[in-house]
Design a protein around this ligand. Structure first.
Ligand code: FAD
Length: 320
């Protein structure tokens, strides 16, 4: 119930205006984001790199409304790629397709994504397409396949959400063409017609889908994480849930998949202890580093995932 309210509020314009104008809300949100500027994000990635971890940078923003804004966002994303190249940080990039025009016009989105991928390819960088709520899934996958098949871009990967019933079929299709996948549970409120309502089912599906990725990773041709940390392997477990990570590690050991093929991905500022522990054990650990001024919907989804975050937020209001 609380989760549904918070996810509803994450999309409400009136609440967005209210929260973004509120200094304390901004301060608390910055616990989950690396900062509001690219420089702050680079500093966060450098700190992670020093601790032996990699990153995927994400310029916050979604549901762009005009063609001009979508093109400008693509330009800003290309600047991030240039910065990754110039600073030598060990990072890839994540992008949401609604940021670059998916909801305005699919061909506009393709044009913008192609510019981003071509710029990344020149710099030997990898781009991950984040997955958004279920009405966007078909279009997101269509754009992905268009990049792979029509433009032969292979520096691009996908995200699969284990909460969706369709994900087993999507994962099979993606693995058939060696797609680098980040498995996540899913951050959006979905109806029972498309997604498992019970957390236990989402968790069980997560393990089944992880097993499929690891079976693919067992093939000698399946890539390891690149030496410069900028390219992930096929299997990325995007979760802070120790039980999901333990399952992935145990199954990988059972079928002899080496550590360099089992990447663990977590969000900036969440379970830092576990991030460091896994990196110390020799697993590739990649942290999702969001930054920018459009922090509101991202922050609300993080509140929705964990009621304790909401109490932390409310208590911060009283401390001020
Ligand atoms: C790298 C990465 C990229 C992602 N990309 C996408 C995407 O493209 N599309 C999408 O729909 N979702 C994405 N997500 C979000 C994901 O779908 C989940 O909503 C989120 O990861 C919480 O689920 P969990 O697997 O950590 O498990 P949960 O069962 O939700 O949490 C397990 C434990 O992790 C900790 N934890 C989890 N969330 C929080 C939080 N917000 N604050 C504090 N502690 C927390 C708690 O200790 C909790 O008990 C991504 C997640 C990660 C890690």
């Amino acid at each position: 119930m609380l989760r549904s309210i918070l996810i509803y509020l994450s999309q409400a314009t009136w609440m967005r205006r209210l929260m973004m104008g509120w200094k304390i809300a901004r301060k608390v949100a910055l616990r989950f984001v690396a900062g509001e500027t690219l420089e702050q994000a680079v500093a966060a990635v450098q700190a992670l790199n020093q601790q032996g971890m990699f990153a995927t940078m994400d310029m916050l923003g979604e549901h762009t409304e005009t063609t001009k804004q979508a093109a400008q966002t693509a330009d800003s994303i290309i600047k991030i790629l240039e910065t990754i190249e110039n600073t030598g940080i060990k990072s890839g990039l994540s992008v949401k397709l609604t940021q670059i025009g998916l909801l305005i016009d699919e061909s506009l989105c393709e044009e913008n994504l192609l510019r981003i991928l071509r710029s990344a390819a020149e710099k030997k960088l990898f781009v991950r397409i984040d997955m958004e709520d279920s009405p966007c899934v078909d279009a997101t996958l269509r754009v992905y396949w268009k990049m792979r098949h029509d433009y032969q871009m292979d520096n691009v990967g996908m995200v699969i959400q284990s909460c969706l019933y369709r994900s087993e079929k999507d994962t099979t299709d993606l693995l058939e063409e060696d797609t680098r996948i980040r498995m996540v549970k899913g951050a959006y409120k979905e109806p029972p017609s498309v997604a498992y309502p019970r957390k236990a089912d989402v968790d069980a599906a997560f393990d089944r889908l992880t097993k499929m990725m690891l079976d693919h990773a067992a093939s000698p041709a399946s890539p390891v994480v690149s030496g410069d940390g900028r390219w992930p392997p096929v299997t990325a477990v995007g979760s802070h849930d120790k039980a999901r990570i333990d399952y992935a590690i145990a199954y990988a050991q059972e079928i002899g998949v080496p550590k360099e093929k089992v990447e663990i991905q977590m969000l900036h500022g969440i379970r830092r202890d576990l991030q460091q522990e896994l990196a110390a054990q020799g697993y590739p650990v990649r942290i999702y580093v969001p930054f920018g001024q459009e922090w509101y919907p991202y922050f609300m989804r993080r509140l929705a995932e964990r009621p304790a975050n909401l109490w932390f937020f409310i208590s911060s209001l009283f401390r001020k």
